[in-house]
Design a protein around this ligand. Structure first.
Ligand code: NAD
Ligand code: UD1
Length: 340
């Protein structure tokens, strides 16, 4: 059985769908602090299968140990974490506690029950503003600009140190660039609580009429159109990379014990390019204005995906247009479903 922590969350739910489609048995642990139990219905509607679900906090070591005692876990994919950058600046201890303690409890339990493989959700935030582009896995790790970013750096170090001490454990950390979009069925997608911080949910909510206007944060950057550049990766493409990582560890191909991979498309898109793509693909006009720069924003970052392409045999397939269309379909489906 594959344990997926945070499996009712945005990326976790899409990964659970891909795992079930590939024939894996799946168990989810999630405390629903940032997701809704109804996600399980979406997963079942897509796959025709029902994953085991347990609702509790991974920071509770005794509940977690009981779970490992009662279930045969072959590998863990660890998504559960808090992820809001601004909130982490306001409440750093909450972030350090949740993101670090949950990982440490997992590693203790995995070592007690001899579970050999861990896939960890990391982030391109570890690269900060990179010195050269596309950014490769060999680029230096920059001082984190937020406690959230710091938790990702520290978690990677904790895993790496644990593997040195316990060579039977293997782990792959996947550094996501900007995951966007929803499952093609529109039955699961991103569910930001409150006002979205991220670009694509803000776009779809504005287009739907829930927000008056999108603010484009800065149009005077040193980029071709003056807006920031990111590598937007389709969430289903991203989910599939977790299966490739899992299979690599199960075949014991990763001799080194700890590996990191960038997960992106390899292509940078500016904020204006995303808006244009959204308008073109959905035929919806978006109300937007140029506003001040957002503090802490990186100007330009996009991935070198060579390592994931060659070693994981994985490549992002979906275009920006179709991914934005999937986000728009999900926004419409979700709003209608909660209105009923
Ligand atoms: P999400 O908030 O949608 O999902 C995380 C899930 O974990 C939620 O369902 C939440 O309820 C659960 N959770 C949090 N703390 C928990 C705890 N202590 N015990 C049990 N459950 C807990 O987030 P996501 O976008 O799916 O992100 C998944 C992972 O990917 C996170 O680790 C995040 O930091 C990382 N990541 C996300 C992005 C992104 O843009 N979404 C980018 C880079 C990295
Ligand atoms: C942010 C986090 C990153 C985290 C990721 C996923 C920061 C500095 N970085 O990435 O650590 O892993 O979210 O949670 O917060 N934009 C607008 N208007 C908006 C929203 C965004 O113009 O209303 C622009 C931003 O300035 C940026 C781009 O859109 O240029 C993407 O922003 P966003 O979706 O928030 O992602 P990141 O900042 O890349």
């Amino acid at each position: 059985m594959i344990l997926v922590t945070g499996g009712t969350g945005y990326i976790g739910s899409h990964t659970v769908v891909e795992l079930l489609n590939e024939g894996f048995d799946v168990a989810i642990i999630d405390n629903l602090s940032n997701s809704n139990i109804r996600v399980l219905e979406g997963i079942t509607a897509i796959t025709g299968k029902k994953p085991l679900f347990e609702q509790f906090d991974l920071c509770d070591a005794s509940l977690l140990n009981n779970f490992f005692k009662n279930n045969r876990v072959d590998a863990v994919i660890h998504f559960a974490a808090y992820k809001a950058v601004g909130e982490s600046v306001a409440s750093p201890l909450t972030y350090y506690h949740n993101n670090l303690v949950s990982l440490m409890n997992l590693l203790y339990a995995m070592s007690s029950y001899n579970v050999p493989a861990l896939v960890f959700s990391s982030s391109c935030t570890v690269y900060g503003e990179p010195d050269s582009l596309p950014v490769t896995e060999l680029a230096p790790i920059k001082t984190a600009t937020s406690p959230y970013g710091n938790t990702k750096q520290i978690c990677e170090e904790i895993i790496h140190d644990s593997i040195k001490a316990h060579p039977k454990l293997k782990s792959i950390a996947l550094r996501y660039f900007n995951p966007i979009g929803a499952h093609e069925s529109a039955l699961i997608g991103e569910l930001p609580i409150g006002v979205p911080n991220n670009l694509v949910p803000f776009i779809t909510q504005t287009a739907f009429g829930l927000r008056d206007c999108l603010k484009v944060f800065g149009n005077d950057y040193d980029t071709p159109d003056g807006t920031c550049i990111r590598d937007y990766i389709n969430v289903t493409d991203l989910a599939k990379a977790h299966i490739a990582a899992l299979k690599r560890m199960q075949k014991s191909e990763n001799e080194s014990g700890f590996e990191v991979f960038n997960l992106g498309t390899g292509m940078g898109s500016s904020v204006l390019e995303v808006i244009n793509s959204f308008e073109k693909t959905t035929s919806v006009r978006l109300n937007y204005i140029f506003a001040d720069r957002r503090s802490g924003d990186v100007v330009k970052v996009y991935a070198s995906t060579d390592k994931a392409n060659k070693i994981l045999g994985w490549k992002a397939e979906k275009s920006l247009d179709e991914t934005l269309l999937s986000a728009w379909k999900w926004e419409n489906f979700y709003r209608k479903s909660i209105a009923n």
